[in-house]
Ligand binder design. Sequence first.
Ligand SMILES: *Cc1c(COP(=O)(O)O)cnc(C)c1O
Ligand SMILES: *[C@@H]1O[C@H](CO)[C@@H](O)[C@H](O)[C@H]1NC(C)=O
Length: 370
Amino acid sequence: KKMRSIVGWADDEGDGLFCPGGTISNLYSILLARYHFYPEVKTRGMGALPRLAMFTSEHSHYSVKKSAAVLGIGTENVVVVKCDERGKIIPAALETSIATAKEKGLVPFYVNATAGTTVYGAFDPLNAIADICHSHTLWMHVDVSVFFFLCLPQLCATYFCFLFIFCFIFRACSVTWNPHKMMGVPLQCSAILVKKRGLLQECNKLGAQYLFQTDKPYDVSYDTGDKSIQCGRHVDVFKLWLMWKAKGSDGFGSQVNKCLENAEYLYDQLQKRTEFELVFKNKPEHSNVCFWYIPPSLRSLPPGSDRDRRLHQVAPRIKGRMMEKGSVLIGYQPLGTKVNFFRCVFSNPATQQEDIDFLLDEMCKLGADL
Ligand SMILES: *Cc1c(COP(=O)(O)O)cnc(C)c1O
Ligand SMILES: *[C@@H]1O[C@H](CO)[C@@H](O)[C@H](O)[C@H]1NC(C)=O
C-alpha cells in the first residue's frame, strides 16, 4: 500500500505482489495486460487471440523479449522503438511503430516505458507515452527497476529535471520496482504493482481447494498465494519492511542521494581527465555513468572505424586484467553504434570519492600499454 501511494495511485486503487526479480515482475505486467484485454486467453490460449504486438525502447533490458518468448507472444512481435541520443524513447517514433504494426495486421496492446534504463540510466518521457497509450487504449507499464526515494530537501539541482518526468508515473497501469537495486535490499526483492484492483487475482487464480479455502477463520484477502504463478515462495517483503523500519524513507533517500552524488563526482572527474571520454556529454540523470578509457596509443588517432575497432577491444582487456588482479570490477558493453564502453552504476552508498579516484587511476595503470 505504501509503495502504491509513492507511485501516486489513490488509496482504493491497485494491488501488488513480490516476485523473484525484476524480470519476473516485468513478465507479470505483460501477463496482466494480455489478460486485461483478452481474459479468454486463460482458458482458450493464444490460438483464440489475434497476433499481438508489444512495444519497448531499443535500450530495453533483454527481459522484455524473454517474456514475449515465454508467454507465447513471440520475440518477433516485440517492436523496438527508436530512442534519441540520450537513450529515451522518441514519442513520435512510438506513434509510427504503432501505426506500422497495425498496418501489418498486428494488434498493439502493451507499451513498456522505463524510468532509468539499464545502460544509460535514461528516463523515458512518461507523460507523452501515457498520452499515446491512452489514445490507442494500450497498457502502459513502467519499469522503474531502480526506483528509489527522492529525498527532496537534499536533492541535487540536476535531478529536478527527472523529478518532473517521474511525477507522471501514476499514469502507468503497472510498475516494476526492485528494492534490490538502488535501495540495497539483499537479492531478491522485486515488486510488481498493478493499478487495476482484482486483476492479479482474476488472471492467476485457480482456487486449489487444498490451499486456498475461503472459509478460514481470518480475513482471506491476506492470502496472496493464488495471485502468484508460483506455489511456494520466499517472504521477500520482510527484508524490505525491516530495512524501512530501521532507515525510514529519509534513510533510503539519503543513501540514494549519496549514489547520485558519486555519479556526479565521477562525471566531473571524467570531464577533467584527458585519459577518458564520456559516451554522451549530458550530466547523468541517474547513477549510471558511461565512458571510455582511451589508452595512450589511441589518443592521437582521428575518429573513425580504425579507432573504433581498436577502442572496442580496450574495455574487455582492462576488465580481464581487473579480474586477474582483483582490485576493482566494473562492467562494459557496446550499445548501438557505440563500441565497448564502461558503465559504472553506483548503488552502494558506502562508496567514497577516494574509491572513484582509485578506480580511474587503476584503469589508467591497467590500460597504459594497450
Ligand atoms: C535490473 C533491471 C531489470 C531486471 O531485474 P532483475 O531483478 O535482475 O530480474 C529489468 N529492468 C531494468 C531497468 C533493470 O535495471
Ligand atoms: C522495459 O524497458 C526497459 C528499458 O527501456 C527494460 O529495462 C525493461 O526490462 C522492459 N520491461 C518490460 C516488461 O518490457
